[in-house]
Design a protein around this ligand. Structure first.
Ligand code: PEP
Length: 250
């Protein structure tokens, strides 16, 4: 079976005005160009306001650009929302769906996440489907059950290893500086690998990312865990040196 190439994805969240966002993206694209052959794919997901200008600025380089969320509909009366087709039209190749901040702050459930992933596929985008347990759920010994249920409910029909990436992001590790042990990450990722069997075509080739307080100092350990095929990075993706430092550990 061919090796899964690692994906290092940056989620800028609601950060980045035009000048700083463009500078960061161009810096990363320049490093990728200068490096020539690297062992990873790199993606940045700026806020929606910057997707088009960032995509234009890095066009022709290996740096991919994605959105952070999309609506299930192609168009219509949905004030403030953006569709997967709009993201694609703006130069995105990927979109994050089901991030825990969307699940918590906007009440998004597995069925909605699945519908968003399906909308992403229809627009030709790769859906990065996020799952992860809360601290309370982990302490109650329910992490595997919770993640298994989220995977089962959040992956739509038609998902393939090419159009779907799973990101395991324990909610309690996001933005907190805390990370699970390598053994805990291995256990959950192995569980996800099994759970996608029958739900994603070619499951052995599907990439499963780890996310939650990844930084240059812990990336080598986390990225060397079995079934960890890359990282979804929040805070540390906002500084080129940190984000590049994470990628270089691949
Ligand atoms: C995230 O928001 O997807 C994330 C992983 O954030 P952080 O790296 O800051 O924990």
């Amino acid at each position: 079976m061919p090796e899964r190439r690692k994906l290092i994805a940056g989620n800028w969240k609601m950060n980045g005005l035009r000048a700083a966002g463009l500078e960061l993206a161009k810096d990363l694209a320049g490093r990728l160009d200068a490096a020539g052959s690297v062992k990873f794919d790199m993606l940045v997901c700026p806020p929606a306001t910057l997707v088009h200008s960032v995509a234009e600025a890095v066009a022709g380089t290996p740096l991919a650009v994605g959105g952070q969320d999309c609506h299930v509909a192609k168009s219509g009366a949905h004030t403030g929302d953006i569709s997967a087709a709009m993201l694609a039209d703006s130069g995105s190749t990927h979109v994050i769906v089901g991030h825990s901040e969307r699940r918590q702050n906007h009440g998004e459930d597995d069925a909605l996440v699945s519908a968003k992933a399906s909308a992403a596929h229809q627009a030709g985008l790769v859906a990065i489907v996020c799952v992860g347990e809360t601290l309370e759920q982990r302490e109650a010994g329910k992490a595997l059950d919770v993640v298994g249920t989220q995977v089962a409910g959040s992956i739509p029909a038609g998902a393939t290893a090419a159009n779907t990436v799973i990101a395991y992001e324990p909610v309690w590790a996001i933005g907190t500086g805390k990370t699970p042990t390598a053994a805990d990450v291995a256990e959950v990722h192995a569980h996800i690998r099994k759970a996608i069997d029958g739900r994603i075509e070619n499951p052995g080739q599907a990439r499963i990312l780890y996310g939650g307080s990844v930084k240059p100092s812990n990336a080598a350990e986390l990225l060397s865990v079995d079934n960890v095929d890359g990282a979804l990075v929040g805070g540390a993706s906002l500084a080129a040196d940190d984000f590049w430092g994470i990628a270089e550990t691949c």
